[in-house]
Design a protein around this ligand. Structure first.
Ligand SMILES: [Zn+2]
Ligand SMILES: [Zn+2]
Length: 138
């Protein structure tokens, strides 16, 4: 997994600094699609002098060079996803938990004609929304 980080950074002329490496490693470990704020709080325990701004900017750069995905948040803070392979999300409307899932059917879903006529589709992602088990039990 670090290989893609080194390769893409090189391709985009991005210097590999200890801070960037640490941020990427922290993100790789995250399974909860964290916000920049959450990543910052985790990383600051290891690198006390790092600023939120650095973490935020680095995450934006990571998504620009394609080593991180941004989960659509519609008005909410951006959530970052280290898994750049095709997958889909279930989002809990109550607690905002985002859970990964895979579906071959969704992967191969056809693009509607009205979209195909007007746009070039690059990504197809399905977001299912509802209540997670924890929230349903409340
Ligand atoms: Zn929930
Ligand atoms: Zn995901």
């Amino acid at each position: 997994m670090m290989e893609i980080f080194y390769r893409r950074s090189k391709e985009h002329g991005l210097k590999i600094t200890p801070q960037r490496t640490a941020i990427y490693q922290e993100l790789l470990k995250a399974k909860d699609h964290p916000t920049a704020d959450v990543i910052y709080k985790r990383i600051v325990k290891k690198i006390p002098n790092i600023s939120f701004d650095t973490v935020n900017r680095t995450l934006l750069t990571f998504s620009k060079i394609g080593i991180t995905n941004v989960v659509e948040g519609y008005g909410q803070p951006k959530r970052y996803d280290p898994d750049i392979a095709v997958h889909h999300h279930f989002r809990c409307l109550q607690c905002n938990t985002i859970i990964d899932f895979h579906s071959k059917d969704y992967d191969s879903m056809a693009v509607p004609d009205e979209i195909k006529k007007q746009f070039t589709v690059i990504n197809k992602k399905v977001v299912l929304e509802g209540l997670c088990n924890k929230c349903r039990r409340r």
